[in-house]
Design a protein around this ligand. Structure first.
Ligand code: 5AD
Ligand code: SF4
Length: 352
């Protein structure tokens, strides 16, 4: 595939496009490339947020351990397996299992067992998102049957990273984890929050250069959406909701044109800012969507940010809703397909 190299200056210029015609041209070009690469298909990842406990205290996130207003929950094994089986029977070929960060050995045993059980009962592809863990644990999760891992770098600017996290959270550890995951053989996904207080266009351009340099297989990024029970809400926003939405859509489109054959998610947070936020991302280069399959009674408690959509819906309602959303965007569901990142296989071939 032909290389497209963007300089930092060029990326900043694209991020600053305001002319509607130029913007449409950018989205159309990214959409065309996604259509060619994925045959106009969108891959589903049933998103199961199986626990909202977290040992971390990120300044922007509603799940942070110091948010005592949050009702905490953990789904038990049978409940999780029930949700996984439901998704499998609907033709969702892949799941994303997500939780706040938990490092206790009993919790690790639980998730390893869970992955094995899901693999015994189904042929689901599994994306894991459990945060920063030691390399041996990542290896155990891989051996159990997880084959993709999502860990957002949140921002590739170490100084900004330090400003939006407590002192004991480390940018270097996060990088190390991403490298460990890649060395083990996972398809590795990362991403950033877009429109954070103090974040600049140059930071966002560097984020894209980071994705390229790190050779990521998957990208999941979306707008920063403030949460009133978090410290970061005290810092003024420099971009309006609309600006953060469009910045996010531009980031998706440029990522498609720059990285080409990676999987890019149309993340749910886009819908917190615009009722058609996810579809707009699908029309601008994204090729993955994550229908929430978390049981309804837990959804409102997985409140990473405020105004999270789909909290009053059941998994079936989300499924029906997505049929219409895909139709609106003129996309086809890649039913029954795992939808692995083509870049992962290209990367492996390159190393041989
Ligand atoms: N706005 C947008 N995304 C958020 N996340 C956490 N808090 C917020 C917020 N306020 C994202 C982070 C994290 C993922 C689980 O949720 O990027 O990696
Ligand atoms: Fe925990 Fe992740 Fe939220 Fe940080 S962003 S507090 S690690 S759930």
């Amino acid at each position: 595939m032909k290389e497209t190299c963007f300089s930092k200056k060029e990326i900043v210029k694209l991020l600053q496009i305001e002319d509607p015609k130029e913007l449409q041209a950018l989205f159309a070009e990214a959409n065309k490339l996604a259509e060619e690469l994925f045959d106009n298909k969108v891959y589903y990842r049933g998103l199961l947020e199986f626990s909202n406990y977290c040992t971390k205290d990120c300044y922007y996130c509603g799940l942070r351990k110091s948010n005592y207003t949050l009702k905490r929950y953990s789904m038990d094994l049978d409940e999780i397996l029930g949700a996984a089986l439901w998704a499998y029977r609907q033709g969702y070929a892949s799941l994303t299992l997500q939780t706040g960060e938990l490092t206790s050995s009993s919790r690790i045993r639980f998730v390893v067992d869970l992955i094995k059980k899901i693999k015994e009962k189904t042929n689901l592809g599994l994306t894991l998102s459990f945060g920063e863990l030691p390399k041996e644990i990542y290896q155990e999760l891989f051996n159990a049957g997880g084959h993709r891992y999502l860990l957002r770098i949140e921002t590739s600017n170490p100084e900004l990273y330090r400003k939006i996290h407590p002192e004991n959270h480390s940018f270097e550890t996060r990088l190390r984890c991403l490298m460990d995951l890649q060395e083990i053989g996972f398809q590795v996904g990362t991403g950033v929050m877009i429109g954070l207080p103090l974040q600049t266009f140059e930071d966002l351009a560097d984020d894209l250069l980071f994705f390229k340099k790190f050779d990521v297989d998957m990208v999941g990024m979306g707008p920063y959406v403030p949460h009133s029970d978090t410290p970061l809400v005290k810092l003024p926003l420099q971009f309006t909701d609309k600006e953060r939405l469009y910045l996010s859509l531009k980031m998706v489109a440029i990522t498609r044109l720059f990285l080409k054959d990676v999987n890019i998610a149309a993340v749910t947070a886009l819908q917190a800012l615009h009722s058609r936020g996810r579809e707009l991302a699908l029309l601008g280069g994204a090729n993955v969507i994550m229908p929430i399959i978390t049981p309804k009674k837990y959804r409102e408690h997985y409140s990473l940010y405020e105004g999270k959509p789909c909290v009053n819906e059941t998994a079936t309602q989300c499924q029906e809703c997505l049929v219409h959303r895909l139709k609106w965007a003129g996309k086809d569901w890649g039913k029954g397909l795992w939808g692995d990142s083509p870049h992962y296989f290209a990367r492996k071939r390159k190393r041989l």
